[in-house]
Design a protein around this ligand. Structure first.
Ligand code: SF4
Length: 416
């Protein structure tokens, strides 16, 4: 039984109980939100170590970190080290996007090793195993089913790109930038066959229902530069994803919808409003959004700006972006930087949205700062080691820091 089916029966699953406690929300309200498809709890029963989290309306904004090998760097050891960084620095979920090495083994090890919900993009596994050009329709579905049986908690399926919609992307400045989307586009162009994730959506739903895999409906036609933002291909696909999500929710399959991508600042709010209109409250999972295209090397910052605005206006789930975005496979340090940037974006939005406990965290920091209570400040920090190292390196020995020294405003005069 899925979390959604359980909520519809009025049952409080152990995972829902955990989420209600974490979020300081009543179980009655949580079950009502799950029933309406506005909250999901990605929790495949086969993922034994899982610590459940909820994603959606009225809950703390969650952040995802992508890890996974590439054909250039197929090291399981390195990706497991990244997984540890994800847990240490507070990612809420992790996606294994591996495309190099022994994919089934890598996925198995990641699921076995982590308490975080694990997501994947099954088309990668199918394409790497057989070669994209050799895939049959069944291979798309079979790969999804295999991964569902392995214990993945959520999966990106690009069900919204179809034979009729793929032509729309030709007029764009940047075409298709979704890796999974481009794979399906290529396969449909080659075979002339409809996207199996769209054509056989009912079969996907049956599998997702059996294993309680949350579907993350991927936006194959998301904009890859701000010039393509909010264009016809993107919105056309979003409308279709909204209809597919309604079908999922109706049959008890937990579903979220993925969104852009590259969006200029002044269009972020509009994107959220359109998603709410077309998708009726199904949680929105945004990939950034990156608000300018010029800052490669610093795209954890451009995406944190976009992510904060998006979450403020209703996005429930932010996919992190690391400084290595558009440049290389991220290092351990890149993963850490991406997580911290994304957590800042989520947190500032949660303050604006009045999410329980978020503002109190700032108030505790404020009290510790006022009292020059460095130990408490470090403990409350997103990155205690970095904060501690700055103070140590500065050579400050008094209560104040090295910025103002003896003229420390907090030390000289206690005002108020
Ligand atoms: S020295 Fe200046 S910057 Fe440092 S804690 Fe005091 S007032 Fe703040």
């Amino acid at each position: 039984m899925t979390q959604l089916e359980s909520a519809r029966k009025g049952k409080l699953s152990p995972e829902a109980r955990t989420v209600a406690k974490q979020e300081a929300i009543s179980t009655k309200k949580l079950l009502s939100l799950i029933r309406s498809g506005k909250v999901v709890i990605p929790a495949n029963p086969k993922h034994k170590k899982l610590k459940a989290i909820g994603i959606g309306t009225a809950l703390r904004t969650k952040i995802n970190a992508n890890i996974g090998t590439s054909p250039y760097k197929p090291s399981l050891k390195q990706e497991l080290a990244k997984l540890s960084v994800c847990e240490e620095f507070g990612a809420d979920t992790v996606m294994d996007l591996s495309t190099g090495g022994k994919l089934d083994l890598i996925r198995k090890k990641i699921i076995q090793s982590t308490v975080l919900p694990v997501g994947t993009v099954p088309i990668y596994g199918a394409a790497v195993k057989k070669g994209l050009d050799n895939l049959g329709e069944d291979d798309f579905i079979n790969e999804f089913e295999k991964q569902a049986k392995q214990g993945i908690d959520f999966a990106t399926v690009h069900s919204g790109i179809t034979l009729s919609s793929m032509k729309l992307s030709k007029k764009r400045r940047h075409g298709i930038v979704s890796r999974g989307g481009s794979m399906i586009h290529h396969w449909m162009s080659l075979t002339g066959i409809e996207n199996p994730f769209f054509k056989h959506y009912n079969v996907l739903l049956d599998i997702a229902c059996e294993h309680d895999v949350t579907l993350s409906l991927g936006d194959a036609l998301r904009p890859g530069c701000i010039e393509d933002s909010t264009d016809k291909p993107q919105l056309n696909e979003l409308k279709l994803l909204g209809k597919l999500a309604a079908r999922s929710v109706k049959v008890g399959v937990q579903t979220i919808i993925e969104g852009p991508g590259h969006v200029p600042l002044h269009e972020v709010e509009k994107n959220l409003k359109l998603q709410q209109k077309y998708c009726k409250g199904v949680p929105f999972y945004v990939l950034g959004p990156i608000v300018t295209d010029i800052a490669f090397g610093y795209d954890h910052i451009t995406s944190a700006i976009g992510g904060a605005i998006a979450a403020w206006h209703g996005a429930a789930f932010l996919c992190y972006v690391t400084p290595a975005e558009h440049l290389s496979l991220p290092s351990l340090e890149d993963v850490k930087e991406g997580i911290i940037a994304s957590r800042i974006a989520a947190h500032v939005a949660d303050i604006a949205k009045g999410i329980p406990k978020s503002r109190q965290w700032d108030n505790k920091v404020s009290d510790a700062r006022k009292n020059l209570d460095w130990e408490s400040l470090f403990k409350l920090s997103l990155d205690p080691k970095k904060a501690r190292d700055y103070r140590k390196k500065s050579g400050a020995h008094g209560k104040e820091c090295s910025m103002c020294g003896e003229y420390c405003a907090l030390k000289v005069k206690k005002c108020g």
